[in-house]
Design a protein. Sequence first.
Length: 635
Amino acid sequence: MRKFNYLLSTVILFVFTNEICAQLFVKDNSYIFNKGSYVFVKGALNIQGDIDSNNTPGNFYLRKDGQLLQGTTLISTNTGTGKLSLFQEGTVHNFAYNYWCSPIGLATSSTIGNEPFGISLLNRPTTKINSTAITTTGSYNGTTNNSSLNIASYWIFRYPTPSTSYTAWVQSAATSNIEAGQGFTMKGTSGTDSTIIVDETQATNNPGSKQRYDFRGKPNDGNINIVVEGDKYTLTGNPYPSALDLNKFFDDNPNLDGKAYFWVQDPTIMSHNLTSYSGGYATYNFADADVGASVGYIYTAATLVNYDLGGNPLTLPNPPGYIPPTIAGRFAPIGQGFMVMGKTGVAANSTATFKNAHRAFVKEGAASIFLRNSNSTNSQPTEYGFYGEILNVAGTDYTTISKAPPPHIKINSTLNGSAIRQIAIGFKPGSIDGVDRADAKSPNTQSNLPIDMYLVLDNKEYIHSITTFDINKRFPIGFKNNGDGMATFKIQVSDMINFTGSEKVYLYDGLTGLYYSIKGQYHEISLSPGVYNNRFEITFKNATLNVDENLSSNFVIVQNNPNQLLSISNPNALDIKSVTIFDILGKQIFAKLNLGTDTTYHFPTTNLSDGVYVVQLQTTDNKSLSQKIIVKGNN
């Protein structure tokens, strides 16, 4: 049974049936207290201010995953100078950013509907209903202790105009000019606050890197528009005092590319210098799922990079100090900020709209996670589970929805020992083989890296490819080394989500003709400077297994080290198109073409250094055989 937990003190309710009321009026000197459940208001909410000068306005308290949902179908008509109060925790220290989107704004007496937000609306909790106002500092470091919360206003920035440029960041500082639906950045605090809020959690206000904030103001409601433009980013987030269903949001906004980009920063770096940052964007991909039929999302972790003074990706961290989390949920929790991008071709000054129909009651957990920079393996929830009671009172009952994401595999590659790139290949009936909205490019700050791995679609770099499944399909995978010397990549399947199409996954090297199993083990390759977009593929079948069985009975390849000769026996006089020798790095060392039908061939190996080589033999009917040889005694 759906729950509606509340405490009322002289609260006037117009039309109240079970958990639904047409309008809700909270008189001054009164309050509603909701813990662990939801309140649904079908119409307007009026939290009255102090009208009798006794300093006790109306208040609405949401505690311990309590949430407010509203059924307004157009713009908000919320009024009153009383306050909605809710808690949310940041997840970083004073040197790192969280991306936020406020669920509340100013509550002025003359304004109906949503109002701007500023950090002056944040408070430090002292009891389950009381808080003290924060203070701001001109210092770069926010601080906290058992009696105060001091926020460094310098780091409050918006990204108000769709862009791909670092110069688009605009400082808001302590000004209340952050519109409903606009995201903003805020760094955490140093210090600790051991205050424990009764009935909230057993955690303190701040154990050292996880500050609890009390957002107090008029709750956001109704349609909230944000400006978007094709191939440009907009900083936004969940603008409501409830969870936000990302799939419903993206499905209802065709001007967007269907991705949410979450900022992740290495918490081991204690510096405010931009050139010291190591961070990047994790990617949540709606994957054009059928809302109401499938959870339908794919998520890949961030690749952390370093930046120059212009905010451009510059280098990879070396050595890597932090492995990003690989979890994110379909339901953005209260306060979560993220980037979105306009779909290619969308005109400037276009809009995307948040609606009450996109809201849901979902407690924070595996399905609704405030993306945090913790690399602890002791407390991370299951990647694709649901937690607590899940309800959308505006329509869909989520208990009827399949809880399985589309089948997909994730592949990780280390980038010269400095960072990790994660890509995903997903499968969905009705998907196309070419590029569409379901596929995902590399986020802006992760593209154009000096060393990288990616999927190749239309000769461009992608991190997600969504298509229909066919065990015979092959997926081009690219590697880039724009460094000065050799770069090493270690490739491995990191996860297989609901994927049962094949027990095998291979990396195919088109240069050597060899297949390497990358499920349950990694394959290491070293590449000289260059871009390799036409050499490697991900496959589910080793095409040489059958070919080798046939050809291996027709040829004998032997390395004769005492005589420094490679000998090939062709007793059945098959027509040989080519014999090629590669070193272990894939570099071509030797090649002979159109050898004909001789029964025996000898090739000198005196010029080869000691080591392992690959001999590839190809017949005129395009069947191939690859075999490793070991050369010894030449050095």
